[in-house]
Design a protein. Structure first.
Lengths: 166, 173
């Protein structure tokens, strides 16, 4: 997303206040993640830390939005993580790059540095597939810790689009 | 990442900023539906060989010559994903100009064979300067580049500029 001669859209919160497009959240340990503001079109309240797919709508009032993965996608799409328990049909922040807590479905290894992806068969969290730590076209982040009593594991999200696994 | 209607990216004065090749910025602009909507602009070289028409669709390419890079060309069939963009201004041949690469804009749409209706996904077409409805209007594919956002459907054989939302990432054609 960022290349030579390109500047990032900066956080306009300090300029206009209220709702705006992209901002950086700081974690208590000094790490951070970037988040984008999207509409909850799932029809239900969201779960913080759960992954969703970015979708598009012709109505400005509900575009762009998030929805739950229901099928594998063979082309890359933006995937984001809910920062909050967003109510139905409301706007909120969703992380897409950097270090943030994510619901994880650990496999038999579940160790730091393994890559995770969103699977349509288990959309409630990021899944550790067999064969990780090799990165694939579907992986969107890497696990940064082996255990977390709080339940949501810290991931380092790439900030790139990815396919959705079956 | 995508931006929503309620975003308020800072609006820049073109003249106050150096127009550098590949420079990107977000701005709000007054769309045809009367709302202020966000769009991302990129400063690109016109490598088509002719003057550009605002609202026409082009394909972003790269060149080893720093004076010609990054550039736009006429949309061509691609098996690898390349970004498509929409001309903001009537950029003369062989000069740099602003192009919309993401967000809302008025782009040329074709409704000749199949109508373009609100919420239809759109694709680029080989050797054409307009968007056309996806093979299945509501199914995203690797070719999906935009979604039709105009309240007026595009239904005839004469392409017209209509409000669309560019997804902002590379696609195949």
């Amino acid at each position: 997303m960022i290349g030579p001669g390109i500047v990032r859209p900066f956080d306009t919160l300090a300029f206009v206040g209220g709702v705006q497009g992209v901002k950086t959240f700081e974690n208590s340990d000094g790490t951070s993640f970037d988040a984008v503001r999207l509409f909850n079109a799932t029809g239900v309240a969201l779960t913080a830390g759960r992954p969703y797919i970015v979708g598009y709508d012709g109505d400005e009032e509900t575009n762009p939005f998030v929805f739950v993965a229901v099928a594998a996608l063979a082309f890359p799409v933006w995937q984001v993580i809910a920062v909050n328990a967003t109510p139905v049909a409301a706007w909120d922040w969703f992380g897409y790059r950097g270090i943030m807590p994510v619901v994880a479905i650990l496999g038999t290894t579940g160790i730091k540095d393994d890559h995770f992806h969103l699977s349509a068969a288990a959309p409630t969290g990021l899944t550790e597939a067999a064969g990780q730590p090799a990165r694939t076209l579907a992986t969107i982040g890497v696990l940064t810790e082996t255990a977390n009593p709080a339940g949501n594991y810290r991931f380092n999200l790439y900030g790139e689009r990815a396919q959705v696994a079956a | 990442m995508p931006r929503a209607q309620y975003d308020h990216p800072e609006t820049f004065d073109d003249q106050a900023f150096a127009k550098r090749a590949g420079f990107e910025r977000w701005e709000n602009y007054p769309a045809v539906n009367g709302q202020m909507l966000p769009r991302k602009l990129k400063f690109l070289y016109n490598g088509t060989g002719g003057a550009l028409t605002p609202g026409n669709v082009y394909q972003m390419i790269y060149d080893g010559d720093v004076g010609l890079n990054p550039a736009v060309q006429a949309v061509a069939t691609q098996t690898i994903a390349l970004p498509l963009c929409v001309a903001k201004d009537a950029t003369p041949a062989a000069s740099f100009g602003w192009f919309v690469t993401e967000g809302y804009c008025e782009a040329l749409c074709d409704g000749n064979a199949v109508d373009c209706d609100k919420d239809d996904y759109l694709t680029g077409i080989n050797a054409q300067a307009f968007f056309r409805q996806e093979a299945a209007a509501t199914v995203r594919t690797a070719k999906t580049v935009a979604i039709y956002a105009d309240p007026t459907a595009e239904t005839d054989a004469t392409p017209s500029t209509r409000l669309v939302y560019l997804l902002g990432y590379p696609v195949t054609v």
